[in-house]
Write a protein that binds this ligand. Structure first.
Ligand code: FE
Ligand code: FE
Ligand code: ZN
Length: 281
């Protein structure tokens, strides 16, 4: 048995509520999970059910779960050219963060967005502006910017862009980063051939202490393809050996890993078992 806990899990559906996700996680051998804060298409959030959430907190506490990773709808565009769409994202994300005050032990992950022709600099300042509008003193949740693949006009596919956003945010002690292995590999960070070098670059641009979570995915497309197509673990261009190095890397092995691979629950259970077998520490 290793000295360090291996926090491994996957994306789960919130449709049956909080306790149900804890039960599902245990069934598939997970001690970590992610879910969408609301319908990914951006609909209204469920009303907060405290007794249901308390049951999840019990399960998580007695089984030593990693923080819940709450994912904002990927349809939100914090740097849209349309002020109405930016306002919509800001209002919903602000509401999500307030709800998360009732759910300690969680992170809030979002996609920085696409600048849609306004240019990187404009995109970066709009994203920072949105964050300055929703972060607050006393906030219990750390908000994570997700590393993006760079498809289209996505902002946040380089560590430098994420650092620039964070520098413009006043309460940036409330910010962290979630590294998506499929996205960074597609964005041109060679985590297969030079994982140490990529982590050094992350450390010098952003600071490794800001890295809070890993989205663990293989990629259906080649290195530096700037596409965003997740593959099952070991079935893509990243491959099983590189995945094993990632989960065992001394600078990453303490972090929670969340699978977002194309799987049903049985497939996730098999992937989690495979990853546990590859864990060396
Ligand atoms: Fe994501
Ligand atoms: Fe992701
Ligand atoms: Zn993705």
């Amino acid at each position: 048995m290793g000295e360090k806990t291996f926090y491994i899990g996957c994306h789960l559906s919130f449709s049956k509520g909080y306790e149900s996700m804890g039960v599902q996680a245990l069934e598939i051998g997970a001690n970590a999970f992610q879910y969408f804060s609301r319908n990914p298409r951006g609909g209204a959030a469920k009303e907060f059910d405290k007794s249901d959430a308390d049951k999840l907190l019990d399960i998580a506490g007695s089984n030593g779960f990693a923080p819940f990773l709450v994912h904002a709808p990927y349809t939100f565009n914090p740097c849209s050219a349309d002020a109405g769409l930016r306002d919509f994202a800001r209002a919903a994300m602000g509401e999500d963060l307030l709800r998360q005050q009732n759910l300690p032990h969680s992170y809030y992950n979002f996609h920085p967005g696409s600048h849609v022709g306004q240019g990187r600099e404009k995109g970066i300042s709009l994203i920072a502006e949105l964050l300055n509008g929703i972060l607050f003193d006393g906030q219990s949740t750390v908000v994570l910017l997700e590393t993006m693949s760079g498809k289209g006009s996505e902002v946040g596919s380089s560590f430098g862009e994420l650092a620039e956003i964070m520098e413009k945010v006043e309460l940036n002690q409330k910010l962290g980063v979630c590294l998506d292995t499929c996205h960074v590999y597609s964005a041109g960070y060679d985590i297969v051939g030079n994982l140490d070098g990529v982590l050094e670059e992350f450390d010098s641009e952003i600071g490794l202490e800001k890295l809070k979570a890993i989205h663990l995915n293989d990629s259906m497309t080649p290195f530096n393809s700037r596409k965003d197509r997740h593959a099952k673990i070991g079935e893509g261009s990243i491959g099983l050996e590189a995945v094993a190095r990632i989960i065992n890397h001394p600078k990453l092995s303490c972090l929670p890993f969340y699978l977002e691979t194309p799987n049903d629950p049985d497939g996730y259970a098999r992937e989690i078992a495979l990853l546990r077998s590859l864990r060396e520490i």
